[in-house]
Design a protein around this ligand. Structure first.
Ligand SMILES: NC(=O)c1ccc[n+]([C@@H]2O[C@H](COP(=O)([O-])OP(=O)(O)OC[C@H]3O[C@@H](n4cnc5c(N)ncnc54)[C@H](O)[C@@H]3O)[C@@H](O)[C@H]2O)c1
Length: 257
């Protein structure tokens, strides 16, 4: 783990009971930050909070759908009421639904756009308002994906939402710069999580090791290290950017065979 000190900092993070979000929450809590951890799965959220408490971290759960404006407001209110301020907002929650373009149903489309874009947009908006009111500056991280940069089969809707997140980070970074708030996105490549390990008929790790130039899948720690760097004082001049963490996958076009 990279050593950063986030003593006295307060973070909110969505979709953080497991996977990438949990690892970011864990590393933040172990670096001294107080964390408001959101997840729609109550049991998983409470378990995550217990794990962080056991490790000595300060953490509170806010259970609910991260695209619900009342849940977003509750996260911000909890950060301010329990920990006194808000410094970092990480819009991590996102759903991945596969499906071909020609058959993709509108209900699935609307649900994906609601979680991936509505949730991300309004978390950033409400967090920025709180940071501006505090006059403290702040950091916002949005979670994109390599599929927002390049084609992936059956992920047109998901990839479209992740491409929009890259644009959102670019534009909000400019809009909020005068308030000393940075906004950046992270685009993970294939990352080993509780969810992805089950994909590709259980062959996810092998498939992606074979397909990725450096021969590896990302770990949740690879993504969390990038997030912690973007939250650290050391990166205060970086804004409106997207960092791809993919072992070289998006840089490669299919070789002629
Ligand atoms: N895992 C990967 O390989 C990968 C690659 C690229 C991008 N991403 C992105 O990274 C982020 C995290 O991915 P992951 O694979 O760790 O997540 P995941 O699918 O494992 O889900 C993590 C948590 O999010 C929660 N969640 C789902 N919808 C929610 C909602 N509406 N409100 C609150 N919580 C909700 C789930 O209950 C779960 O506990 C997502 O935005 C995803 O699109 C992941």
């Amino acid at each position: 783990m990279i050593q950063f000190s986030f003593e006295c900092k307060v973070a909110i993070i969505t979709g953080a009971a497991i996977g990438i979000g949990f690892e970011i929450a864990k590393q933040l809590a172990l670096s001294g930050a107080a964390v408001v951890l959101n997840d729609v799965d109550e049991t998983a959220a409470n378990k995550a909070v217990q794990l962080l408490h056991k490790a000595g971290g300060k953490c509170i759960a806010v259970v609910g759908d991260s695209s619900d404006l009342a849940v977003i407001q509750q996260m911000i209110d909890t950060a301010v009421e329990k920990f006194g301020r808000l410094d970092f907002a990480i819009a991590n929650a996102g759903i991945t639904t596969f499906g071909g373009f020609l058959d993709y149903p509108i209900e699935r489309f609307q649900q994906l756009i609601k979680v991936n874009l509505q949730g991300t947009f309004f978390l950033a908006q409400q967090a920025a308002k709180q940071m501006i009111q505090q006059k403290t500056g702040g950091r916002i991280i949005l979670m994109s994906s390599v599929t927002g940069h390049t084609f992936h089969p059956d992920l047109t809707t998901y990839g479209m939402s992740k491409a929009a997140i890259i644009f959102l980070a670019k534009t909000l970074g400019v809009e909020l710069a005068k308030h000393q708030i940075t906004v950046n996105a992270i685009s993970p490549g294939a990352t080993l999580t509780e969810r992805t390990i089950e994909l590709e008929a259980g062959n996810y790790k092998k498939t992606w090791e074979r397909t990725t130039p450096n021969g590896k899948c990302a770990t949740t720690a690879d993504i969390a290290h990038t997030a912690l760097f973007l939250l650290a004082d050391a990166s205060s001049h970086i804004t409106s950017q997207t960092i791809v963490v993919d072992g070289g996958w998006t840089a490669m076009s299919p070789p002629p065979v």
